[in-house]
Ligand binder design. Sequence first.
Ligand SMILES: [Zn+2]
Length: 224
Amino acid sequence: MPEPYRRRRRRRRDGPAVPLLLGAVLLCLTAAVVWVLLRDRGPEAEDVPVPEYVEKDYLTVNPYSRPGDALEEINGVVIHYVGNPGTTAHANRNYFASLASGRENTYASSHFIVGLDGEVIQCVPLTEIAYASNTRNGDTVSIEVCHPDETGEFSPVTYDRTVELTAWLCREFKLDPETDVIRHYDVTGKECPRYYVEHPEAWDAFRADVASEMERQKEAEKNS
Ligand SMILES: [Zn+2]
């Protein structure tokens, strides 16, 4: 039967079938890539590598302190004080963990806690939201800072570490310390972090220190 054979040959020579097929494959590939980029990033999503001084001690996923919801974008860093003088980063991390029982019916956590000796514990991955900053939980990273006394002023070693961590976050997520580093107070009017609410000039100095630290880190990276 020569007739169908001839027809097939003719169509192939005119050739719209091959570009059509290629187009369909490309469309499928594009759709797949878009799907991968847009889909919800849950607790399984790959975390961002953090500086070596950060100790990862994640909370287990639970409704009260680590809901496991994706942090879709990072538009800022929110600074807090723990409000409990003399407590360590470890103690505050364990407090967040204890909320999982639900007995206190309290929703609270933070991505990072900077301790009295400048140690840093990460409680929640940067791919997930923490319960720290109210309406800004969905697009910010939170840092709780330990402090020795009621004034809420950070000790020098804790201050320096908080500046270092904040600068790293600003570089990592392309944030401007002038506008994107904020206090809990700037979200809700809550007196947090107390000393830096009561002393706005100390808060301005903090953000300026973050900006200089970003420059220092950039230089250090260049020379390493
Ligand atoms: Zn706060």
